[in-house]
Design a protein around this ligand. Structure first.
Ligand code: APR
Length: 227
């Protein structure tokens, strides 16, 4: 599985490049880069605090739940997600690699320590570490390298044979998403895109299931109770 913002869209979480997406109203350079944070940590944290509040209010949708049910029914389901929300976890999925980090972790700008922080709303903006230094979201910003731990998990998963790789709700903007999907396909996986629209990855897919994830995933994944 490779998922993007589209899998959380039906939980009310805005996407980025879709109509109504974040990058239709704001510039990434102003909210999701190290320079933006250095220039104006208050604005950057105001945006992340609002996103944290939105995710805390949201619920996993039928697409998230269908993935968790397939796993509970005995399927091996490994999820590479670009999403920084925790809706896959809250639906019950257990094998998840967050390639862009998590809304619920912060990192001290002085010593790099990463901690869980689920306070909603944040008591102060921008939040500070116990040491007094600013903390930043533990999220990969434009121009930054991906975090090592999820990359190591993904490399291990790609060394295994998979029957199917579902690419769900992502524009596949980043080359590494294509790389991982094609690497799995080269090892014999059937590459399936679940998205209402075609994307740059569509031509490489063996098939496309056009439609919203919350409708398509429960219809195609094994282990879905009919009740
Ligand atoms: N079900 C499935 N797909 C959907 C749905 C839905 N209900 N709604 C929208 N989509 C699709 C859109 O057609 C689009 O292809 O989800 C995709 C969302 O694309 P983006 O908004 O670009 O999100 P994503 O691909 O996850 O972006 C990747 O870019 O800005 C960064 O860090 C950010 O993680 C994000 C990354």
């Amino acid at each position: 599985m490779i998922t993007g913002a589209g899998v959380s869209a039906e939980s009310g979480i805005p996407t980025f490049r879709d109509k109504g997406g974040w990058w239709k109203h704001y510039r990434p350079e102003d909210l999701a880069t190290p320079d933006a944070f250095a220039r104006d940590p208050h604005t950057v944290w105001s945006w992340y605090d609002a996103r944290r509040q939105g995710v805390a209010r949201a619920e996993p949708n039928a697409g998230h739940r269908a993935l968790a049910r397939a796993e509970a029914a005995g399927c091996r389901v490994a999820i590479v997600t670009q999403n920084v929300d925790d809706l896959h976890e809250r639906a019950g999925s257990r094998e998840i690699a967050h390639v862009h980090g998590s809304l619920w972790q912060t990192q001290c700008t002085a010593d790099g320590r990463v901690v869980d922080d689920r306070r909603v709303p944040l008591p102060e903006i921008p939040p500070r570490c116990a040491c007094g230094a600013l903390v930043r979201p533990h999220i990969v910003w434009f121009g930054e390298r991906l975090h090592e731990p999820p990359l190591a998990r993904i490399a291990a998963w790609l060394a295994e044979p998979w029957d199917v790789v579902l690419v769900v709700g992502t524009e596949a903007t980043f080359g590494y998403i294509h790389e991982w999907a094609l690497a799995a396909k080269r090892r014999g996986a059937c590459l399936v895109e679940v998205n209402p629209r075609e994307t740059s990855l569509t031509p490489a897919c063996d098939t496309r299931l056009p439609g919203p994830a919350a409708e398509v995933l429960p219809a195609v994944l094994p282990g879905q109770s009919t009740a």
